[in-house]
Each structure stands twice: as C-alpha cells, then as structure tokens.
Ligand binder design. Structure first.
Ligand code: PEP
Length: 252
C-alpha cells in the first residue's frame, strides 16, 4: 500500500513572515494527521526558518523547488544538494514545467539534477506532463515516455524506488482546468508501466505518482480515489493554510 503524499509548491510566493503565519494556522488545523505524508516546498529564502519551525514536529517534511547538480563552486545564483541537506530538506521538485518552459531546463539537465539529488540522499519529485498541443496531437504517451526515459537515464532501480513522480499536464497548471480523474488515471497507469520497463515491476509498484494541476479542496478526493494516483502536487491552492489542510484531509 503506497502512502499518499501531498506536497505544497509555493513557487515564488511567501516571505519568511508569511511562511511563519501560514505554519501557525496550518500546523494547528492539521492536528495529528499521519495517514497522509505532507510536504511543503517554500522558496529558498524561507527554507531555513520553515525547517526550524518544522523540526519540532515530524508531521510535515520539507522540499526545495529546485537545485543545481554540481558540487559547491562557482555557480552564481545556484543552490547545491549539500546546502539543502544541511536544512533537513528531504525532497526536491525537479523538472517542473515552469522550469522547463521559462528557464530552459531540458530532459538532460533534469536528469543531471535527478542523479545529483539521489546521490545526496534527497528524494526527487520528478515532474512530467504534456502541453495542450501535445495532448491534442495525440502525443501524451510519447512525451511521458521520453521525459521518464531521459530524466531517469543512469538511475539504478534501487534509487528509482526513492522517487516521486508528479504527473502535471501543463494545460492544467494554474489554469483552473483539471484533468478528469479518468484522464489522470490513464496517464498515471501509463507512467507506472514505463517505470516498470525502466526499473522493474517491484520498483514501479513502490513509486508514488502525484497528480498536479489545479487541485483544490473540492476535487482532491475524487482524484485521489483513482488506483494509480498516490497524492498531489498543489500550487495555487496550497498558499491558503486552511484550504491546504482540507486538501490533505480529503486525500486519504
Ligand atoms: C504546480 O505548479 O505544481 C501546480 C500544480 O500548480 P496549480 O495547483 O496552481 O495548478
């Protein structure tokens, strides 16, 4: 049985003060919820304070929204795996479609980051998903197949078991348009079949596959009831503490 994993991707939102105010409400309202794994990915500037605040509880884990693949050195503006480890970061979101489309990330750079994260014992949340044009052109499976094959090149089956994959159809991110539970389930089952061909069925059965794209309190339960949907990566709706608690509670 895969434990559901619900992650908040705050993107370029929330100052340190706003992050603390969110946690005041969120941790109180979340109570002792342990059936679902909860992860928060604040911006880099808030990681240290959020980490300090979360260290008192083991209910919520910390994620980064990106990292660089190189060891510490002359890479202005970048953040290394070691820096994240020092702050007790457990997960790192890699290959988010905003990184791919706005910041030039490719399957190759996503692969470098994935391997570097795993080598540093950080668990990648590897984002994959098709654009609307690709969906309309009947290319969903070929896009997902390519992103997984290239993104996971050189990753051992043992490391692959540590992975979380986020299926995020680009047309559903921040648009208010959600994939129907059936559309999402179909893509998730395909992703699991690809993971089985890359790492074997035992590994594929362990990997949690999140859905991301306009998840809200009102649609979380139906999406999460699909057999291959093991959680959610939540953008906009994770910015509101009470709304995000509702998503977590509706997801089990
Ligand atoms: C995301 O960016 O990962 C995401 C799913 O965003 P939203 O929930 O706002 O669609």
């Amino acid at each position: 049985m895969r434990k559901k994993i619900i992650a908040a991707n705050w993107k370029m939102n929330k100052t340190v003060g706003e992050s603390m105010a969110f946690l005041d409400t969120f941790l109180l309202e979340l109570g002792d919820e342990r059936r679902v794994e909860v992860v928060i990915a604040p911006p880099f500037t808030a990681l240290a304070k959020v980490s300090e605040r979360l260290s008192a509880s083991d209910r919520v884990k910390l994620a980064a929204q990106n990292m660089h693949w190189e060891k510490p050195g002359a890479f202005t503006g970048e953040i290394s795996a070691e820096m994240l480890r020092e702050l007790f970061v457990r997960y790192v979101i890699l290959g988010h479609s905003e990184r791919r489309t706005l910041f030039g990330e490719t399957d190759e750079t996503v692969n470098r980051k994935t391997r570097a994260a795993l080598a540093a014992s950080l668990r990648p949340i590897l984002c994959v998903g098709e654009t609307l044009e690709e969906r309309d052109g009947g290319k969903v499976e070929s896009v997902l197949e390519r992103q997984l094959r290239l993104g996971l090149q050189g990753v051992s089956p043992e490391d692959m078991a540590e992975l979380v994959v986020a299926y995020e159809p680009v047309w559903a991110i921040g648009t208010g348009r959600t994939a129907s539970p059936a559309q999402a389930q179909e893509a998730h089952a395909f992703i699991r079949s690809q993971l089985a061909s890359l790492g074997g069925k035992t590994v594929a059965d362990k990997v949690r596959i999140q859905y991301g794209g306009s998840v809200k309190p009102g649609n979380a339960a139906e999406l999460m009831s699909q057999p291959d949907i093991d959680g959610a990566l939540v953008g906009g709706a994770s910015l509101d503490a009470r709304g995000f608690v509702e998503i977590v509670k509706n997801s089990n």
